[in-house]
Design a protein around this ligand. Sequence first.
Ligand SMILES: NC(=O)c1ccc[n+]([C@@H]2O[C@H](COP(=O)([O-])OP(=O)(O)OC[C@H]3O[C@@H](n4cnc5c(N)ncnc54)[C@H](O)[C@@H]3O)[C@@H](O)[C@H]2O)c1
Length: 321
Amino acid sequence: MDQQDTILVTGGAGFIGAHVSKRLIELGHKVIIVDNINSYYDASLKEARLKTLLKDTPHTFYRADIQDTDAMREIFARHKPTLVCHQAAQAGVRYAIQDPFAYGNSNLLGTLTILQLAKEYNVKGIVLASSSSVYGEAKHYPVKETDTTDAPVSLYAATKKSCELIAYSYHHLNNLPITCLRYFTVYGPWGRPDMAFFSFTKAAFEGTPIDVYGNGEMARDFTYIDDIVEGITRALEVNLPWAIINLGRGKPEPLMHMIELIETATGKTLKKRFVGMQQDDVKQTWADVSLAKTLLGWEPKTTLDEGIPTFAEWYKNYYGV
Ligand SMILES: NC(=O)c1ccc[n+]([C@@H]2O[C@H](COP(=O)([O-])OP(=O)(O)OC[C@H]3O[C@@H](n4cnc5c(N)ncnc54)[C@H](O)[C@@H]3O)[C@@H](O)[C@H]2O)c1
């Protein structure tokens, strides 16, 4: 990255997009944010990320849909971004039962639009948000980038894998530098209300019961938001010709440990309903993060024991509980 890059951040009102935008602005870049502020979860949290989290940082914001080729072409033509940080997507696994087309539209068509315009406007590099979900129920752990990813257990995972494949073809045909980052369960302040760390904290304060899937026997490689932001920033800086890289903590934590940490941080005991595994979910995630170290000089720093109290503190302040 040069000091004066113009970086288009898609999904910049989202959890990861807003944090990474803040960081890129602090590093001296000009940041153009595009987000359609959809109502998949409370849109006021997305507005608040822009208004509060990014309040002291000069950025340009467009409420636009990345599938809208005309609107996006106008944004590319006006700002001529030198780098693209593509975070916008229909995230979450379970919502596909309700609205499968949201995944096809935002993840497939939206990503195609961004890649095509990046090519037309000669951007010098793209970092694209992929997901640990592409590994499905892996045969061995920790998972490496060279492991097979051809048996996605959710539509979300299938679209994320497809994004990587479409991205590869754009790289191959146009020499476009692209790095796909596979994030592992990202958590932290300003997080996503549909994710367990958030909804369990909410339930703790509201005294409502939680459903613990997989009878509490699941484990996740929880990765703190600041570590993810550092990984994305480094990927933009290094701008590899083509890469797929895991960004995870590299240490799976039992779901029950996360629940205990939430109980300690909130001072509440959660009422738990133990339920079975969902078909679109996997028992465990666990990243091998050695490639990120080799290619990006990146290593995760924050443990779950440190990160959950920080999130709970943010939650208390933000919601005034
Ligand atoms: N949070 C995680 O644990 C995690 C893990 C793996 C991968 N990811 C990926 O990281 C990226 C960011 O995730 P997040 O957790 O910040 O989710 P998020 O939902 O908070 O952010 C995504 C943002 O994109 C916007 N968006 C969605 N569709 C759009 C469209 N068609 N046009 C314009 N804007 C659109 C949404 O309004 C939202 O603000 C996503 O690509 C997601 O799939 C996240």
